[in-house]
Design a protein around this ligand. Sequence first.
Ligand code: ADP
Length: 367
Amino acid sequence: MVDDQPSNADLLNIALAAEGFKVFKAYSGESALKLLQDIAAVVDLVLLDVNMPGMDGYQMCSRMKADDKLKEIPVMFVSAIDDVTVKMNGFQVGGVDYITKPFHRIELVARIRTHVDLRRKQREIEALHRNEVEHYRRMNTVKDNMLQVVSHDLKNPLSAIISGLGILKLTLWNAIQSDDKALSGFQLIGSSADKMRGMIHDLLDLVLVEGTLTLNRELTWLIPYLEKRLNDFNHMAAEKQITLKFTPPPYDFQVAIAPDRFAQVLENLLSNAIKYTDPQGMVELVAVLERDGVHISVRDTGPGIAEDDLPHLFEKFYRVRSVAHRDQTGTGLGLVIAKLITELHQGRIEVQSQIGKGSTFTVVLPA
Ligand code: ADP
Protein backbone atom coordinates (compact mmCIF):
# COMPACT_ATOMS: atom_id res chain seq x y z
CA MET A 1 0.00 0.00 0.00
CA VAL A 2 1.47 3.30 -1.07
CA ASP A 3 -0.02 6.49 0.31
CA ASP A 4 1.69 9.69 1.40
CA GLN A 5 -0.81 10.15 4.22
CA PRO A 6 -0.15 7.73 7.04
CA SER A 7 -3.70 8.08 8.36
CA ASN A 8 -5.17 6.78 5.05
CA ALA A 9 -2.70 3.96 4.97
CA ASP A 10 -3.51 2.98 8.54
CA LEU A 11 -7.21 2.93 7.86
CA LEU A 12 -6.77 0.66 4.86
CA ASN A 13 -4.31 -1.44 6.72
CA ILE A 14 -6.79 -2.16 9.52
CA ALA A 15 -9.50 -3.05 7.00
CA LEU A 16 -7.24 -5.41 5.08
CA ALA A 17 -5.57 -6.97 8.07
CA ALA A 18 -9.03 -7.92 9.32
CA GLU A 19 -9.51 -9.83 6.04
CA GLY A 20 -6.30 -11.74 6.52
CA PHE A 21 -4.05 -9.79 4.15
CA LYS A 22 -0.49 -8.98 5.07
CA VAL A 23 0.16 -5.33 4.23
CA PHE A 24 3.47 -3.61 3.58
CA LYS A 25 3.30 0.19 3.74
CA ALA A 26 5.27 2.88 1.98
CA TYR A 27 4.69 6.65 2.16
CA SER A 28 6.19 7.75 -1.17
CA GLY A 29 6.67 6.38 -4.68
CA GLU A 30 10.44 6.36 -4.26
CA SER A 31 10.46 4.38 -1.01
CA ALA A 32 7.79 2.02 -2.38
CA LEU A 33 9.96 1.15 -5.40
CA LYS A 34 12.89 0.47 -3.08
CA LEU A 35 10.81 -1.72 -0.80
CA LEU A 36 9.34 -3.61 -3.77
CA GLN A 37 12.81 -4.61 -4.94
CA ASP A 38 13.12 -6.67 -1.76
CA ILE A 39 9.61 -8.05 -1.43
CA ALA A 40 8.48 -8.36 -5.06
CA ALA A 41 8.33 -12.14 -4.81
CA VAL A 42 5.60 -12.09 -2.16
CA VAL A 43 3.55 -9.13 -3.38
CA ASP A 44 0.21 -9.96 -5.00
CA LEU A 45 -1.08 -6.44 -5.50
CA VAL A 46 0.04 -2.82 -5.13
CA LEU A 47 -2.56 -0.35 -3.87
CA LEU A 48 -1.34 2.96 -5.11
CA ASP A 49 -2.43 6.49 -4.28
CA VAL A 50 -2.45 8.73 -7.36
CA ASN A 51 -1.63 12.12 -5.86
CA MET A 52 1.60 12.10 -3.91
CA PRO A 53 4.35 14.68 -3.58
CA GLY A 54 7.48 13.81 -5.61
CA MET A 55 6.84 10.76 -7.74
CA ASP A 56 3.09 10.40 -8.21
CA GLY A 57 1.20 7.13 -8.50
CA TYR A 58 1.20 7.09 -12.32
CA GLN A 59 4.92 7.70 -12.53
CA MET A 60 5.57 4.97 -10.03
CA CYS A 61 3.33 2.56 -11.94
CA SER A 62 5.17 3.36 -15.21
CA ARG A 63 8.47 2.66 -13.48
CA MET A 64 7.16 -0.68 -12.23
CA LYS A 65 5.99 -1.68 -15.70
CA ALA A 66 9.45 -0.93 -17.10
CA ASP A 67 11.16 -3.08 -14.48
CA ASP A 68 11.37 -6.81 -15.30
CA LYS A 69 11.21 -7.73 -11.65
CA LEU A 70 8.11 -5.66 -10.90
CA LYS A 71 6.17 -5.48 -14.13
CA GLU A 72 3.92 -8.49 -13.47
CA ILE A 73 2.64 -7.18 -10.12
CA PRO A 74 -0.86 -5.79 -10.62
CA VAL A 75 -1.43 -2.17 -9.58
CA MET A 76 -4.74 -0.85 -8.30
CA PHE A 77 -5.11 2.92 -7.99
CA VAL A 78 -6.86 4.40 -4.99
CA SER A 79 -7.68 8.06 -5.35
CA ALA A 80 -10.11 10.80 -4.39
CA ILE A 81 -10.16 12.02 -8.00
CA ASP A 82 -13.32 10.72 -9.64
CA ASP A 83 -12.69 11.79 -13.21
CA VAL A 84 -12.92 9.54 -16.26
CA THR A 85 -9.86 11.00 -18.00
CA VAL A 86 -7.74 10.64 -14.88
CA LYS A 87 -8.96 7.07 -14.47
CA MET A 88 -8.17 6.27 -18.11
CA ASN A 89 -4.62 7.49 -17.55
CA GLY A 90 -4.37 5.00 -14.71
CA PHE A 91 -5.22 2.15 -17.05
CA GLN A 92 -2.91 3.49 -19.73
CA VAL A 93 0.12 3.35 -17.46
CA GLY A 94 -0.68 -0.29 -16.71
CA GLY A 95 -3.07 -0.23 -13.75
CA VAL A 96 -5.62 -3.06 -13.51
CA ASP A 97 -8.21 -1.22 -11.45
CA TYR A 98 -9.11 2.19 -10.04
CA ILE A 99 -11.16 2.80 -6.93
CA THR A 100 -12.26 6.19 -5.64
CA LYS A 101 -12.04 7.41 -2.08
CA PRO A 102 -14.04 7.33 0.09
CA PHE A 103 -14.44 3.65 -0.72
CA HIS A 104 -16.86 1.07 0.55
CA ARG A 105 -14.95 -1.44 2.51
CA ILE A 106 -16.83 -4.44 1.11
CA GLU A 107 -16.32 -3.30 -2.46
CA LEU A 108 -12.65 -2.60 -1.93
CA VAL A 109 -11.99 -5.96 -0.33
CA ALA A 110 -13.94 -7.79 -3.04
CA ARG A 111 -11.95 -6.09 -5.79
CA ILE A 112 -8.66 -6.74 -4.02
CA ARG A 113 -9.56 -10.38 -3.61
CA THR A 114 -10.30 -10.71 -7.31
CA HIS A 115 -6.93 -9.27 -8.30
CA VAL A 116 -5.01 -11.24 -5.71
CA ASP A 117 -6.68 -14.48 -6.82
CA LEU A 118 -5.91 -13.70 -10.46
CA ARG A 119 -2.32 -12.93 -9.64
CA ARG A 120 -1.92 -16.18 -7.68
CA LYS A 121 -3.42 -18.23 -10.50
CA GLN A 122 -1.10 -16.49 -12.94
CA ARG A 123 1.86 -17.35 -10.72
CA GLU A 124 0.83 -20.98 -10.50
CA ILE A 125 0.64 -21.16 -14.28
CA GLU A 126 4.03 -19.49 -14.61
CA ALA A 127 5.57 -21.95 -12.13
CA LEU A 128 4.07 -24.91 -13.99
CA HIS A 129 5.37 -23.54 -17.26
CA ARG A 130 8.84 -22.96 -15.78
CA ASN A 131 8.92 -26.53 -14.49
CA GLU A 132 7.91 -27.87 -17.85
CA VAL A 133 10.48 -25.80 -19.71
CA GLU A 134 13.16 -26.89 -17.25
CA HIS A 135 12.15 -30.53 -17.61
CA TYR A 136 12.21 -30.26 -21.40
CA ARG A 137 15.59 -28.54 -21.34
CA ARG A 138 17.05 -31.27 -19.12
CA MET A 139 15.68 -34.04 -21.33
CA ASN A 140 17.03 -32.30 -24.38
CA THR A 141 20.49 -32.02 -22.88
CA VAL A 142 20.45 -35.71 -21.96
CA LYS A 143 19.40 -36.57 -25.51
CA ASP A 144 22.05 -34.31 -27.05
CA ASN A 145 24.80 -35.72 -24.87
CA MET A 146 23.74 -39.23 -25.65
CA LEU A 147 23.61 -38.61 -29.38
CA GLN A 148 26.97 -36.93 -29.30
CA VAL A 149 28.66 -39.67 -27.30
CA VAL A 150 27.13 -42.46 -29.34
CA SER A 151 27.92 -40.80 -32.66
CA HIS A 152 31.48 -39.98 -31.65
CA ASP A 153 32.10 -43.44 -30.32
CA LEU A 154 30.71 -45.00 -33.48
CA LYS A 155 32.84 -42.82 -35.69
CA ASN A 156 36.19 -44.36 -34.80
CA PRO A 157 35.39 -48.04 -35.34
CA LEU A 158 33.59 -47.09 -38.53
CA SER A 159 36.61 -45.24 -39.86
CA ALA A 160 38.64 -48.34 -39.06
CA ILE A 161 36.21 -50.50 -41.08
CA ILE A 162 36.38 -48.12 -44.04
CA SER A 163 40.16 -47.93 -44.05
CA GLY A 164 40.32 -51.72 -43.56
CA LEU A 165 38.21 -52.07 -46.71
CA GLY A 166 40.64 -49.78 -48.52
CA ILE A 167 43.52 -52.05 -47.52
CA LEU A 168 41.67 -55.15 -48.69
CA LYS A 169 40.94 -53.45 -51.99
CA LEU A 170 44.61 -52.67 -52.47
CA THR A 171 45.87 -56.11 -51.50
CA LEU A 172 43.20 -58.62 -52.49
CA TRP A 173 41.25 -56.83 -55.22
CA ASN A 174 41.96 -59.39 -57.93
CA ALA A 175 40.85 -62.28 -55.76
CA ILE A 176 37.71 -60.44 -54.59
CA GLN A 177 36.76 -59.43 -58.09
CA SER A 178 37.08 -62.92 -59.46
CA ASP A 179 34.62 -64.36 -56.92
CA ASP A 180 31.00 -63.18 -57.23
CA LYS A 181 30.12 -63.94 -53.60
CA ALA A 182 33.24 -62.25 -52.25
CA LEU A 183 32.60 -59.23 -54.46
CA SER A 184 28.97 -58.78 -53.40
CA GLY A 185 29.97 -59.25 -49.74
CA PHE A 186 32.69 -56.67 -50.17
CA GLN A 187 30.31 -54.22 -51.82
CA LEU A 188 27.71 -54.78 -49.12
CA ILE A 189 30.20 -53.93 -46.40
CA GLY A 190 31.24 -50.83 -48.34
CA SER A 191 27.73 -49.51 -48.96
CA SER A 192 26.60 -50.24 -45.40
CA ALA A 193 29.63 -48.47 -43.98
CA ASP A 194 28.89 -45.47 -46.21
CA LYS A 195 25.29 -45.42 -45.11
CA MET A 196 26.34 -45.52 -41.49
CA ARG A 197 28.84 -42.75 -42.05
CA GLY A 198 26.05 -40.61 -43.54
CA MET A 199 23.81 -41.28 -40.55
CA ILE A 200 26.48 -40.40 -38.01
CA HIS A 201 27.34 -37.27 -39.98
CA ASP A 202 23.68 -36.17 -40.04
CA LEU A 203 23.12 -36.95 -36.36
CA LEU A 204 26.17 -34.98 -35.31
CA ASP A 205 25.10 -32.11 -37.55
CA LEU A 206 21.63 -32.12 -36.07
CA VAL A 207 22.93 -31.98 -32.49
CA LEU A 208 25.27 -29.16 -33.46
CA VAL A 209 22.63 -27.12 -35.26
CA GLU A 210 19.99 -27.67 -32.56
CA GLY A 211 22.45 -26.37 -29.99
CA THR A 212 23.38 -23.30 -32.04
CA LEU A 213 21.85 -20.11 -30.73
CA THR A 214 23.61 -17.50 -32.82
CA LEU A 215 25.42 -17.49 -36.14
CA ASN A 216 28.62 -15.76 -37.13
CA ARG A 217 27.30 -13.99 -40.18
CA GLU A 218 29.39 -12.39 -42.88
CA LEU A 219 28.30 -10.25 -45.80
CA THR A 220 28.78 -12.65 -48.69
CA TRP A 221 28.53 -11.98 -52.45
CA LEU A 222 25.76 -14.27 -53.56
CA ILE A 223 26.64 -15.30 -57.13
CA PRO A 224 30.18 -16.67 -56.59
CA TYR A 225 29.04 -18.26 -53.36
CA LEU A 226 26.20 -20.18 -55.05
CA GLU A 227 28.41 -21.08 -58.02
CA LYS A 228 30.93 -22.69 -55.70
CA ARG A 229 28.22 -24.73 -53.93
CA LEU A 230 26.89 -25.99 -57.25
CA ASN A 231 30.33 -26.80 -58.67
CA ASP A 232 31.03 -28.99 -55.67
CA PHE A 233 28.39 -31.33 -57.10
CA ASN A 234 29.83 -31.59 -60.63
CA HIS A 235 31.27 -35.01 -59.94
CA MET A 236 28.15 -36.47 -58.30
CA ALA A 237 25.97 -35.14 -61.15
CA ALA A 238 28.32 -36.36 -63.88
CA GLU A 239 28.17 -39.88 -62.46
CA LYS A 240 24.43 -39.89 -63.22
CA GLN A 241 24.73 -37.73 -66.35
CA ILE A 242 22.59 -35.12 -64.68
CA THR A 243 22.88 -31.60 -66.07
CA LEU A 244 23.54 -28.90 -63.50
CA LYS A 245 22.28 -25.45 -64.38
CA PHE A 246 22.82 -22.15 -62.61
CA THR A 247 20.44 -19.24 -63.07
CA PRO A 248 21.86 -16.31 -61.09
CA PRO A 249 20.11 -13.03 -60.42
CA PRO A 250 20.82 -10.29 -63.04
CA TYR A 251 23.30 -8.54 -60.74
CA ASP A 252 25.31 -9.64 -57.72
CA PHE A 253 24.58 -8.50 -54.16
CA GLN A 254 25.58 -9.41 -50.65
CA VAL A 255 23.65 -11.50 -48.14
CA ALA A 256 24.32 -11.79 -44.41
CA ILE A 257 24.90 -15.49 -43.88
CA ALA A 258 27.13 -17.79 -41.91
CA PRO A 259 28.81 -19.13 -45.08
CA ASP A 260 29.77 -22.61 -43.86
CA ARG A 261 26.52 -23.23 -42.05
CA PHE A 262 24.36 -21.99 -44.91
CA ALA A 263 26.38 -24.11 -47.32
CA GLN A 264 24.95 -27.14 -45.51
CA VAL A 265 21.44 -26.05 -46.50
CA LEU A 266 22.36 -25.88 -50.18
CA GLU A 267 24.37 -29.09 -49.99
CA ASN A 268 21.43 -30.96 -48.52
CA LEU A 269 19.04 -29.63 -51.17
CA LEU A 270 21.44 -30.19 -54.07
CA SER A 271 22.48 -33.66 -52.99
CA ASN A 272 18.81 -34.67 -52.54
CA ALA A 273 17.94 -33.28 -55.97
CA ILE A 274 20.74 -35.26 -57.63
CA LYS A 275 20.15 -38.34 -55.49
CA TYR A 276 16.43 -38.60 -56.21
CA THR A 277 16.55 -37.59 -59.89
CA ASP A 278 16.90 -40.29 -62.54
CA PRO A 279 19.98 -40.33 -64.81
CA GLN A 280 19.97 -37.74 -67.61
CA GLY A 281 17.74 -35.43 -65.63
CA MET A 282 18.39 -31.83 -64.73
CA VAL A 283 19.03 -29.97 -61.49
CA GLU A 284 18.88 -26.20 -61.47
CA LEU A 285 19.95 -23.66 -58.88
CA VAL A 286 18.04 -20.40 -59.21
CA ALA A 287 18.39 -17.18 -57.23
CA VAL A 288 16.13 -14.14 -57.44
CA LEU A 289 15.60 -11.09 -55.31
CA GLU A 290 11.94 -10.63 -54.48
CA ARG A 291 10.11 -8.14 -52.26
CA ASP A 292 10.18 -10.45 -49.24
CA GLY A 293 13.81 -11.51 -49.62
CA VAL A 294 16.26 -13.59 -51.59
CA HIS A 295 14.69 -16.72 -53.03
CA ILE A 296 17.19 -19.50 -53.63
CA SER A 297 15.62 -22.54 -55.29
CA VAL A 298 16.85 -26.00 -56.13
CA ARG A 299 14.72 -27.44 -58.93
CA ASP A 300 14.89 -30.98 -60.19
CA THR A 301 13.27 -33.19 -62.79
CA GLY A 302 13.04 -36.03 -60.29
CA PRO A 303 10.10 -38.24 -59.26
CA GLY A 304 8.27 -35.52 -57.35
CA ILE A 305 6.74 -35.92 -53.90
CA ALA A 306 3.12 -36.83 -53.20
CA GLU A 307 0.94 -34.19 -51.58
CA ASP A 308 0.40 -36.39 -48.52
CA ASP A 309 4.14 -36.55 -47.91
CA LEU A 310 4.87 -32.84 -48.33
CA PRO A 311 3.80 -31.66 -44.85
CA HIS A 312 6.04 -34.29 -43.22
CA LEU A 313 9.25 -33.74 -45.18
CA PHE A 314 10.77 -31.51 -42.51
CA GLU A 315 10.09 -33.93 -39.65
CA LYS A 316 12.97 -35.85 -38.15
CA PHE A 317 13.61 -39.24 -39.77
CA TYR A 318 10.73 -38.86 -42.26
CA ARG A 319 11.42 -40.55 -45.58
CA VAL A 320 9.07 -40.95 -48.53
CA ARG A 321 8.29 -44.57 -49.23
CA SER A 322 7.29 -44.50 -52.89
CA VAL A 323 8.54 -46.83 -55.60
CA ALA A 324 10.59 -44.01 -57.09
CA HIS A 325 12.35 -43.41 -53.77
CA ARG A 326 12.88 -47.08 -52.98
CA ASP A 327 16.52 -47.51 -53.90
CA GLN A 328 17.83 -44.46 -52.11
CA THR A 329 19.46 -44.51 -48.72
CA GLY A 330 19.30 -41.65 -46.27
CA THR A 331 18.48 -40.67 -42.73
CA GLY A 332 15.50 -38.36 -43.11
CA LEU A 333 17.50 -35.69 -41.28
CA GLY A 334 18.91 -33.61 -44.15
CA LEU A 335 15.83 -31.44 -44.61
CA VAL A 336 15.40 -31.03 -40.84
CA ILE A 337 18.94 -29.70 -40.63
CA ALA A 338 18.35 -27.46 -43.67
CA LYS A 339 15.22 -26.04 -42.07
CA LEU A 340 16.88 -25.40 -38.70
CA ILE A 341 19.80 -23.59 -40.31
CA THR A 342 17.47 -21.55 -42.53
CA GLU A 343 15.44 -20.53 -39.50
CA LEU A 344 18.60 -19.54 -37.63
CA HIS A 345 19.05 -17.12 -40.55
CA GLN A 346 15.48 -15.84 -39.96
CA GLY A 347 14.54 -17.42 -43.26
CA ARG A 348 12.00 -20.03 -44.32
CA ILE A 349 12.06 -23.06 -46.53
CA GLU A 350 9.28 -24.16 -48.87
CA VAL A 351 8.67 -27.01 -51.24
CA GLN A 352 6.59 -27.39 -54.34
CA SER A 353 6.35 -30.69 -56.11
CA GLN A 354 4.45 -32.57 -58.75
CA ILE A 355 4.55 -36.33 -59.11
CA GLY A 356 6.38 -37.29 -62.28
CA LYS A 357 7.54 -33.73 -62.97
CA GLY A 358 9.94 -32.83 -60.21
CA SER A 359 10.41 -30.82 -57.06
CA THR A 360 11.48 -27.30 -56.15
CA PHE A 361 12.86 -26.52 -52.71
CA THR A 362 13.07 -22.79 -52.03
CA VAL A 363 14.92 -21.04 -49.26
CA VAL A 364 13.83 -17.47 -48.62
CA LEU A 365 16.32 -15.31 -46.74
CA PRO A 366 15.51 -11.81 -45.52
CA ALA A 367 17.24 -9.44 -47.96
P1 ADP B 1 17.25 -38.27 -46.67
O1 ADP B 1 18.50 -38.49 -45.89
O2 ADP B 1 16.31 -39.43 -46.59
O3 ADP B 1 17.49 -37.81 -48.07
P2 ADP B 1 16.04 -35.69 -46.20
O4 ADP B 1 15.57 -35.10 -44.92
O5 ADP B 1 17.08 -34.98 -46.94
O6 ADP B 1 16.49 -37.16 -45.84
O7 ADP B 1 14.77 -35.88 -47.12
C1 ADP B 1 13.59 -36.46 -46.58
C2 ADP B 1 12.85 -37.22 -47.66
O8 ADP B 1 12.30 -36.30 -48.60
C3 ADP B 1 13.75 -38.12 -48.47
O9 ADP B 1 13.87 -39.38 -47.87
C4 ADP B 1 13.02 -38.20 -49.80
O10 ADP B 1 12.05 -39.20 -49.71
C5 ADP B 1 12.31 -36.86 -49.90
N1 ADP B 1 13.03 -35.93 -50.79
C6 ADP B 1 13.89 -34.98 -50.43
N2 ADP B 1 14.33 -34.28 -51.48
C7 ADP B 1 13.72 -34.79 -52.56
C8 ADP B 1 13.75 -34.49 -53.97
N3 ADP B 1 14.50 -33.52 -54.47
N4 ADP B 1 12.97 -35.24 -54.78
C9 ADP B 1 12.19 -36.23 -54.28
N5 ADP B 1 12.12 -36.56 -52.97
C10 ADP B 1 12.88 -35.85 -52.12
